[in-house]
Write a protein that binds this ligand. Sequence first.
Ligand code: SAM
Length: 350
Amino acid sequence: MRDIEKVAETFRTARGFGSSALYSRLLAVVAEDEALLHLAARTRHGQQPTFALFGAVHHLLLGGVPDPLAAYYPSVVGDSARPVDEETGPAFARFCAAYAGQIASLLGTRLVQTNHVQRAVVPRLGLALLRRTTPGPVCVVEVGCSAGLNLRADRYAFTVGGASYGDRTSPVHIGVEVPEADLLPDLDQLPEIADAVGIDLAPPDLTDEEDRAWLRALVWPENRHQAAQLRAAMDVVAADPPRILAGNAIEIGPEAAATLPPGLPRLVVHTATRIHVPAEERPAFDAAVAAFGTDGPMLHLALEDDQRVAPSGRPGYGLTATDATGRRTIAVADGHLAWLEPLPAINDPR
Ligand SMILES: C[S@@+](CC[C@H](N)C(=O)[O-])C[C@H]1O[C@@H](n2cnc3c(N)ncnc32)[C@H](O)[C@@H]1O
């Protein structure tokens, strides 16, 4: 059981929920409700209780649990969803009290594994950056890959800053608003990929309906475009899954690195992963990631909890690039990659 005051603080200070009016309201509701905080405290160590509690409730509602709370979820009732009002908080609290056992069981067994396909633009960008110095072959590693959807960045259609890239025939379309797109490399100029591998604590199985349903529940109720994108990507990746190793990157990182062809350049990516690693384990996590550079030149891209203001003035997160010459912030992006603002450092000569 976690310290309740720390859990309350997590709900009080959570950022990035702006695209969900429902969750924005519920953050404030949970932060002030002792019983809800005790329930949220059942979240597994290191996991963010905000995403976990909201995901568990959403999972039950999507699974058909009949309750008045469902009326607030566009994912369940569609366009007729009730706007957030003074009854939303009490309805959520009543639902959590009624289904506390099932919610606690989900919190105790599931991880926050939101596999946001939109973030596939990060590995694609990394590959295009690597292509400037090598035609390939290269290796791609994603640490905290969930179901591995973003390891298939070569299978999707992209519109980035108004220009089209990728597999235009793909059922998965990713659109990213980029105001200064001329700073970006050509996202169609990619090196040959010799090997792609993901690492995850508990990779969801895309052939398992329960695992797919959990990934769906982690998408916020209003984000129906994201839900459709997820479904399409799950089908693409289930038909041709990437190589994924199950385990803690801190423990199996060296073993995973040893499976890469020695000497080949490697792109190592993690997005929305380090934030779910317990704080005291983050130095070991960073060391495990850095160790991928032992047997070959590495470009390491990370989009994590590095809060930054974009050149346009909007708040986002720093996308960092680390290689043999050091670490620099190359863009500021929305956590869900709805937009990305490249910084001049993206074109620093390397
Ligand atoms: C929020 S999801 C993000 C998934 C994906 N990177 C994306 O952006 O769509 C975080 C993932 O990291 C995994 N994870 C967290 N800590 C990990 C660790 N120490 N080693 C390996 N995977 C980890 C979780 O299991 C989860 O699937």
